[in-house]
Ligand binder design. Sequence first.
Ligand code: HDE
Length: 699
Amino acid sequence: MPPARKPDQSAPETVSATGVGYEGPEDGRDPRAQAGDFLTSPMGVRLPDTDHSLKAGRRGPTLLEDFHLREKINAFDHERIPERVVHARGAAAHGVFTAYGTAGTITRAAVLAEKDLETPVFVRFSTVLGSRGSADTARDTRGFAVKFYSKEGNWDLVGNNMPVFFIQDAIKFPDIIHAGKPNPSREIPQAQSAHDSFWDFVTLHTEATHHTIWNMSDRGIPRSYRMMEGFGVHTFRLVNEARETVLVQFKWTPKLGVHSLTWEEAQLAAGADPDFHRRDLADAIEAGAFPEWELGVQVFPDNDEQMYEGIDLLDPTKIVPEEMVPVQPIGKLVLTANPTNYFAETEQVAFNTGHVVPGIEFTNDPLLQGRNFSYLDTQLTRLGGPNWRQIPVNRPHAPVNDNLRDGFMQQGIPTGDAPYLPNTVDDGEPKPADWEHGGYVTVPRHVEGDVVRETQSSFEDHFSQAAMFYASLSEPEKVHTTEAYTFELGKVYEKEIKVRALGVLAKIDTELCARVAAGLGLPAPEPDLVEHLEASPALSQVTGQTHPVDGRQVAVIAGPDADLAGIAAFREAIEAAGAQVKVLAPAGGELGSGKTQQVVERTYVTARSIEFDAVVVADGAPKEKDIKAVVLLHEAFRQLKAFGTWGDGAEVLTAAGIDTTGPGVLSADSGAALAADVIAALSLHRVWDRAALVTSSAV
Ligand code: HDE
């Protein structure tokens, strides 16, 4: 017989961590937000003065009893927390994921399976190598981490904008990151792979070859977070209601297409606007141009081999081309709101590959298995203790009744006396949930083998998919990739490392290798080509396909005598298509007055080519040659941006030495008429026909 229960021995309430304790002011304001009209101390005491410390006399010593001074400085002293060891630089947004219901046959996870179910999400994009204050446009892989606040618990899909990774086994992660991070003695270069230790490692550890070529391609410098694909990288296992399993790889496809910067733009932005991607994301959301992706899966049978047509599904350096196994759409993600506070949300969000929900399971990919440890572990140092899960942005929206207790910064006030199981004191609650009650019941999978520190032979092909990737690129992309290798290896001091890198390129493509060798002033090694699968058109970004122009930026060069009515009409049409116009003039202020008045948004001093996707010269724009305007036009020309003019605007281009009959230089009778052509050009991202005219020597 259990002892008679005392009155306070009731079971803990099943509530989310959000709901425990103080519910906030009666008027319903968010208890987590700052409130009240008056400045207060952290204890809520109203303060009369925050500019002077309490002193014994105007010129006397400061008094220790000044609690406001001490609290203010003390909080400030501890404002910084350790930045993420990787992916420190990021930007994020809130949004909604809507399941199409098409995944209902392959998974029981409601977030994916239930037609039209809307799940709130928080998505953080990032670079990998740079510190928190580094430039957005560094050549690097981009993180694409999605936290689904599903009704069955949080699911984190912590992916990248590239479908492969540098290493096949988690135990190599500290090595690749140490090699890529700045030199330990001088701590340079920041956010760069263009240095000896990176190339030393990737040319010795050749399983990195495939990921490295993705980084050297245009994928390493996205135009916008809104224009990147995202990949789960690993193969995951999905489980349906009948406990049947399939293997899947996840892919996010952006509605706006996949587009990149040129290397010149990336370098310029790093100086002129290091927040380029962060600004672009926040501005687009604020303007109502909500970024959108479709989630898709490639589905494979879950057999003993875990292979598909000779491709090892457990090898995170390999892809299965979409032409072999198409991506099937299963849902849509829309980002609808910027974070309210960068630190509270974007900095404190903690993703973890180990956050899964019933219906989504792991595979034996050795990289994934190691990640499941790392993400949980790293938060202890970064966020200061095990209760990082209770930080608002990390809290699940599902009820939490976890029997976990105490620790630094406990925010909840759990009730009950038996935070253990089994118990009788709390009537055996909380109850373990079986399959029928939505419990995370792992589907049995057979494992046997010797305990060894070895890899499998299928992991030994390090080059064939890198070669397939290069063969799949369009000509301009191949040129960019060649230039990227030449730039990066050109920054390497040790000749031995460059020679080794050429040895790797000799396996991928003879022309690539020869061009890079010529750029480095080294002899090209004998071709040593590997066999590879057929080229995969899905890997190229230059497809001739058009995409919506949401959030694209168009500069209109104007001045006091410009056709302001024409600019107004142009703006109206461009904005109706979802893009934005910025008026650029020699000096700031306003142009004209009344209905057609235009505010000058950029001057020749504050503007830089990288801000714009197209440049238009209005009728009546100033004809006096200004070197800053000429630089802007030349840069935009090299960056394959569309130009447009109406009226006598063409004279400005001619004076700058730009051939107005060349590809991508549009002209019309009026601002309104020009807008349609500019939108059509923007929808192709760049004037690719001009690429052949723009050699690397021009850059
Ligand atoms: Fe990460 N990674 N990673 N990673 N990763 C982190 O977790 C790690 C890997 C990725 O916006 C860290 O909370 C190991 C692959 C993203 O907050 C850390 C290995 C992929 C983010 C960590 C990998 C990623 C991280 C640092 C090899 C693509 C940013 C701070 C086994 C599929 C998430 C943190 C955010 C962050 C470890 C490999 C993507 C240290 C050990 C593969 C997008 O835990």
